[in-house]
Design a protein around this ligand. Sequence first.
Ligand code: IMP
Ligand code: MG
Length: 423
Amino acid sequence: MANTILIGAQWGDEGKGKIIDVLTAQANIIVRSQGGNNAGHTVIHDGVTYVLHLIPSGILRRGKICVIGNGVVIDPVALFSEIEGLAKLGVTITSRNLLISDCAHLVLPYHRLLDEQRELRNGRAKIGTTKRGIGPAYADKAARTGLRISDLMQPILFSKKLQAKVRENNSILEALGARPINYREVNEDYLAAGKKLRPFVTNTVLYLHRALQQGKEILFEGAQGTFLDIDHGTYPYVTSSNTTAGGACTGTGVPPHRMDRVVGVMKAYTTRVGEGALPSEDRYLAEMLHRLGREFGATTGRARRCGWFDAVATRYATMINGIDDLAITNLDGLDDVDPIQICVGYRLNGKRLEVPPCDAAQLDNCEPIYEKMRGWKKNISSVRKFSELPLAARNYVKRIAALTGARLAIVSVGPTRAQTIFL
Ligand code: IMP
Ligand code: MG
């Protein structure tokens, strides 16, 4: 399969978890390069639903090695409880199948509280974060004041640094009218989690380079999606990491020329959780999908906002990420919809735009230009071959792939591994 970067081409929740799980069959190593436990990757296998937050989805397959790279922000307590939760479902996680970068930054309780407070105080201008402390943790990283896994591996040093950080952040929390943090408790919890994580911690850059020398194949598992990228997304309604293909390099230490292929995952329609513009948003589509029990967040349980397929967005995503192959997911979500609309352009102040504007207010004022297509009005969840899809469904996926500008490689018609059509 060669070294493959898998990214979301929309606003996250494209169904990456399932596609990663399918592609993992051909990879040796699966790496997370950015984000933290704001992610929620759902994989259904043998009737069991697994929701992964920090651990790469590859962990569900035997013999695969999973790596949490330097670009990820780790809440060690949450990570350990995820490991324990998976163990209860029969997934064995040891230092033989999970490695954690010593350079990864830590998410601390004050990050979570600051995230919460900022959202509260911003009222209607809130971002709609997952409240996992992701933004404040990356802010500390960029400000060069963060604590890392390597600090946690040195208890005396860690406690000293933590004490100073807690003091500083408590003064901010108090000024915001929030409850201060108890240093002792946090110190104890984190050192305990750190002790349990110690066997997994290593220089993952070195590990990955040695593996590459041995001809091992790596799958880079993206979290969130292109339009949540801190640089290319719908700022400020974004997450705080580079969710686009470049993030796979900086977040792991594997250089660009070792990457062979970029797979972009996109839903057959559009969804978004949290605030920010969504030009093709459609209430009717959202009501219908929610009625089917679809489109509720895996991390926060929030109902996702829904809209028609936005080809302006996915075309731009193809450009930024260099998407070679497309995986289109949730095609079965449109089984009852007729006609189906596709957003092929934006109109802003009488002008037609072919790419999303940088400015949040301008994007909010963009009016979608739609193209209509026939629906198939048929349950397609048991189809396993492209040629067996109804003609209208084939036409629809071909059209959205053509508008997006990448090769159609996978069509997913349901959450299980088996419900996957390869082209
Ligand atoms: P944060 O990453 O928690 O700071 O949230 C920032 C924005 O990204 C919010 O709109 C979240 O809903 C969104 N977001 C973060 N992680 C995910 C994800 O894994 N899937 C979908 N949306 C996400
Ligand atoms: Mg998700």
